[in-house]
Design a protein around this ligand. Sequence first.
Ligand code: PLP
Length: 476
Amino acid sequence: MARFSSHCPDKVVLERVTKRFRRESLPECHELCFSWGMAHRYPESAVFYRDLTRELPLITHGQGVWLYDESGKAYLDACGGAYVANLGHGVSVVADAVAEQIRKVAYVNGTAFTNAPAEALAAELQTLNPAGLTHTYFLSSGSEAVEAALKLARQHHVDSGRPSKHKIIARTPGYHGNTLLALSASAREHYKKLYGPWLVPVRMIGAPYPYRCAPDSPEMTGDVLEAAILAEGPETVSCFIAEPIGGSSTGGSVPTFAYWQRVREICDRYEVLFIADEVLTGAGRTGTWAAIEHFGVTPDIMTLGKGLSGGYVPLSAVVTSERIIDPIAKISGALKHAQTFSHTPAICAAGLAAVRHIKAHGLIARAARMGEVLQNRLSTLLELPAVGDVRGKGLLGGVELVKDKDTKVPFARSEKVAERLVKNAQDLGLVLWSNIGHADGERGDLVMVAPPFVITEEEIDTLAKRLGEAIVRTVG
Ligand code: PLP
């Protein structure tokens, strides 16, 4: 028997209707139930939800930093969903560009043809990416971009006559995606546990995490990378992958300038390719196009995703230089990472319109400017007893909650502080992103903010106020 939400106007009538509709009429039944406000939860709805344990509000539209559900409730989208809605919601030039391209031609395969949006977007990205990163390979998700980047590093070495170089070094805490190679390079035990037997070994080194690491520790200086390369044998190490500024994993932790200088020097010394994973931090989020620009080094390979299309379509990219591609062009002739939807016109049209919109409206400079306001307002939360640290760069902010501020001891995992905080914030009309496990692999409660770049000072005030209220409601 179906269960119904409390706001259904007449449960008895609705139950009768559900019984009467035969199986082949289920879509109409769902439409009817939808218009009466049926619960959007498992198993009543036909959707296999990402969260099977609770009811989800149904969002009908968005504008700027705001989302509206079917009851008319407004939510401040403080993390752009999952660091995605950089331009803000409801930007019609992007929608128009996609519609126009789909009418002309929606799909051609990248093995047979190229297309105008892919050519134009790659050319636009040349003007934004760190100098030397001249060529772009388009895909649809961050995980795909990471998989392709790791394979690119391996293939570059093989085609350059260094076939023994295959090992990957990544960091903990760290996250690079949920497909199996990307997950292997991630330090998210709650995802990895189940699929452990299918994952490949990846050497993990500690990430720079100023709140919990001493300034002269090997994690903070970068020395830990050299030690790992030497322990593995430099002739076996293919690449080092890392986020230039910690995204969810270390909650917006910002390494020092010297850290990245040292990493670049180590990678060069041992012919280890440095992959900057900018899926979360790229496309202007931290106030520069790529977060690595803050540190004056250029990666060998860079990934982009999430905000690259502003969330209007799923679009990601792998960016690199002729130096990396040339051996592959000469020996293999192609990157061995074939995907049906790479380089397709519709996704590239969205990216092109989004990137041109960012440029035309000076949104990267705005992210830097409003980022200072955001960091400032977030720092006032430090007055609350459970807020251990507030950090970030540009419009990327992390708030770490701890049981004891003096000792930095995290809450017990059983208290589910981050999860309850996100739920309380949503009730208050604020959408956040949470992370757990960064303190010791299991414990640690973080909430992240990464609002659309169009956010105003007043909206930042609302964000900080609601966040403060949600924290008090959750942990006092
Ligand atoms: N890399 C980083 C740094 C990420 O934060 C994420 C997702 O959160 C990914 C890769 C994977 O991206 P996607 O979820 O689009 O596959």
